[in-house]
Design a protein around this ligand. Structure first.
Ligand SMILES: [Zn+2]
Length: 701
């Protein structure tokens, strides 16, 4: 505690003593003088963040004081609207900092993040637990009908009021104090979890020295491993990591069972190695604090707390829904395991199928059944062409145009920048950042350096959107050649990007992707439906050497194989979703033994030992550090919506039907979080969706 106080004091002194020079150099302190006011990444230095944050905290605090001390009666304008626009500086710097800390971090940024997280937590609590401010918000909320509000304004008011209640504004002073301490500790624990995970991921390498240990691997994969090795100073050797684009092909093709085991064990033991980067104690503490925090706020469990603001509303509905899909998928996965065991026996293998065998035998069977593997399609999925393909879809549906720009600052040479337009009018800027590196966390995501909204005076602000993936990188003279799954991930993130780009809200807090977690994957997942449509493949799937369009025969094979291995894909995903729900349905503070808890939870549902949950507890970043706690189910929940929504296009016989697209944009993409999700969906589709389209989509019916 003492240490932190000294730290703040020192920063304050530094700020006032060299105010002038620091301020004028700090890009956050003035308007960005760049094309489209994209953050000037080339000028932003690590030392600019803390002063900008401190100024942001101060600015918002002063604005909040002004709201509280306003002698006039509380109104929507002088309280809710004023609060919506109270933190512009803070939003400006935090969007840049958090995006960079995920996509291009280093020791300095991580140290800043550690220092920042308790300060941010305290700052948020100063606002959320401010009694006078809450009384004003409450007064506006209770007198809502006096203010003649638009639908969007009503939603902003409702969100603000409920956010105060859910943040503890109605608690006693002693409970508020307890809550502050919990929030601070929780935010630090999440930071430590993420740091450990990145370090554990970067730390593991499978170094291959003998050519015979490469048996079974395709040439492209071997070349990629050689490139990686020389980039690490291991000339003449081959390196595989536990980053997905490096690990998965090894698991699919390597004939060396013990090496597959070594690599996959490195992956699934991340954060569980009883070393200084072990995440088990951190998770146990987070889970416990979440229970205590929820109960302090009057909820039985953390899931109850989270879900009341989601479409699902209660944990019971989530469990029921997951159970329905689980019951359909588990027998399919078991049959898949049996089929693999048969291949093992047929080949004279005298062992039981294990998790590190799954990809290998799946690939064999796929090859046998459909004469298809990733290496057949990769040459047709050149990353630049896949991007062209997704732009083509957005053009057909929404009339958007994308042009590459070379005058926009970047934070890394891998970033590509586009201006997005419609009818020659500017829509926004899109940044795409595709390849894995040690400074980037795993997975794929979409964010915004600036969200669409209108200023207090009503002027349109256009978004600056960023998509980040960890796709197969180029190697040697070969461009980046993607698997069908990676192509689909690009389309997915692009769907989130469209949600940001086509947003047409007034208030910043309800624009773009500011929708409930179990609705946010609708715009992203619906895009995945176009990626393998023949009409779309024709446009982008061209051979990287010959330019030949993907032959119809491969398209047919892709189509036939599209539901292959779906038992596994569904079960490993559901297992992680159930694990998430089990942690967050706890109703009493317990000292969890993480390994035991995970094992018990999985055996309760009868998960077969050949399958690991898609994320084990110690590297489940979504739920411990990324806002998906009791929300990982959202992907499959949203699949009910996206499968049904895509049907709306299919039913017209035209997957580019402009009328349906216009309705999807009007009722869903443009609205952000300005309306209730189910209302938005029904406005688009005319009815609520059922589970059938989802089961059919996965071949589980
Ligand atoms: Zn997503």
């Amino acid at each position: 505690m003492k240490k932190k106080l000294i730290f703040i004091f020192m920063v304050a002194v530094t700020l006032s003593s060299c105010n002038k020079t620091a301020d004028s150099d700090n890009p956050f302190f003035s308007k960005y003088r760049t094309p489209f006011e994209v953050p000037p990444f080339d000028k932003i230095k690590a030392e600019h963040f803390m002063p900008a944050y401190l100024k942001g905290f101060e600015e918002q605090k002063n604005n909040v004081d002004r709201i509280i001390n306003n002698p006039e009666e509380p109104t929507f304008k002088n309280t809710i609207k004023a609060l919506e626009y109270s933190g512009e500086m803070l939003t400006k710097v935090s969007r840049v900092f958090s995006s960079l800390n995920s996509a291009n971090t280093n020791d300095t940024l991580q140290a800043i993040n550690r220092e920042l997280s308790p300060l941010s937590s305290r700052h948020r609590d100063d606002i959320n637990l401010n009694e006078k401010l809450f009384l004003r918000v409450k007064s506006v909320y209770e007198n809502m009908e006096r203010f003649n509000l638009t639908g969007e304004e009503k939603k902003v008011l409702d969100n603000t009021y409920k956010n105060f209640i859910r943040s503890g504004a109605a608690l006693s002073p002693e409970d508020k104090e307890k809550l502050r301490k919990m929030n601070e500790e929780l935010s630090l624990l999440s930071v430590r979890f993420g740091e450990n995970l990145l370090a554990e991921t970067n730390d593991f390498r499978l170094i291959i020295e003998n050519r015979e240990d490469l048996a079974g691997l395709p040439d492209g994969i071997i070349a990629q491993a050689a490139t990686l090795a020389s980039s690490m100073g291991l000339e003449g050797k081959w390196v595989f990591t536990i980053q997905v684009p490096s690990m998965t092909p090894f698991l699919q093709y390597s004939d060396k069972r013990e090496l597959r085991q070594k690599l996959f064990t490195g992956y699934f033991m991340k954060g569980d190695n009883d070393n200084s980067r072990d995440n088990k104690d951190i998770i146990a503490r987070i889970a416990r604090l979440r229970v205590e925090r929820s109960q302090l706020l009057g909820y039985d469990s953390y899931a109850d707390f989270v879900l009341e603001r989601n479409m699902a509303i209660t944990p019971g509905r989530v469990f029921e829904f997951l159970g329905q899909v689980w019951d359909a998928a588990l027998p399919v996965a078991k049959a898949e395991a049996e089929a693999q065991q048969e291949v093992i026996t047929r080949e004279g293998g005298n062992f039981r199928l294990e998790p590190w065998d799954w990809w290998y035998y799946t690939e064999k069977i796929k090859k046998e059944k459909f004469d298809l593997d990733d290496e057949v399609t990769r040459p047709y999925f050149v990353i630049d062409n896949v991007i062209t393909g997704m732009f083509y879809v957005a053009n057909q549906l929404y009339g958007l145009g994308f042009s590459k720009r070379f005058d926009i600052p970047k934070y890394h040479p891998d970033v590509i920048t586009y201006e997005v337009t419609r009818n020659r009018k500017h829509v926004g800027i899109l940044l795409i950042d595709n390849y894995p590196r040690a400074s980037k966390r795993g997975g794929a995501w979409c964010g915004a350096y600036r969200g669409q909204h209108r200023t207090e005076e009503g002027k349109m602000v256009h978004p600056v959107v960023t998509m980040v993936t960890n796709s197969t990188p180029p190697s040697g003279d070969k461009p980046s050649l993607l698997t069908a799954e990676e192509a689909s991930t690009l389309f997915h993130e692009f769907g989130h990007a469209l949600h940001q780009l086509l947003s047409n809200s007034t208030y910043p807090g309800v624009s773009g992707t500011s929708v409930p977690r179990d609705f946010v994957e609708l715009p992203s997942q619906i895009m995945e439906h176009w990626v393998l449509e023949p009409e779309v493949l024709k446009v982008y799937a061209k051979h990287y050497q010959t330019g030949e369009i993907i032959p119809q025969d491969i398209v047919d094979r892709l189509d036939r194989a599209s539901k292959f291995n779906m038992g596994f894909i569904t079960v490993e995903y559901l297992a992680a979703s159930l694990l998430d729900m089990e942690y967050h349905s706890l109703t009493g503070p317990t000292e969890l033994n993480i390994r035991e808890f995970e094992n018990d939870a999985m055996s309760k549902y009868g998960l077969i030992p050949e399958i690991k949950p898609r994320y084990r507890s110690t590297y489940f970043n979504h739920i411990w550090a990324s806002g998906y706690a009791s929300g990982y189910y959202s992907y499959i929940w949203c699949e009910i919506l996206d499968s049904d929504a895509f049907q709306a296009f299919k039913e017209t016989g035209d997957i580019f039907n402009r009328e349906v697209a216009a309705r999807f944009e009007k009722e869903i993409l443009s609205r952000g979080g300005t309306r209730d999700p189910l209302d938005m969906y029904i406005a688009f589709r005319g009815k609520e969706p059922g589970i059938d389209a989802l089961l059919e989509n996965r071949g589980l019916k």
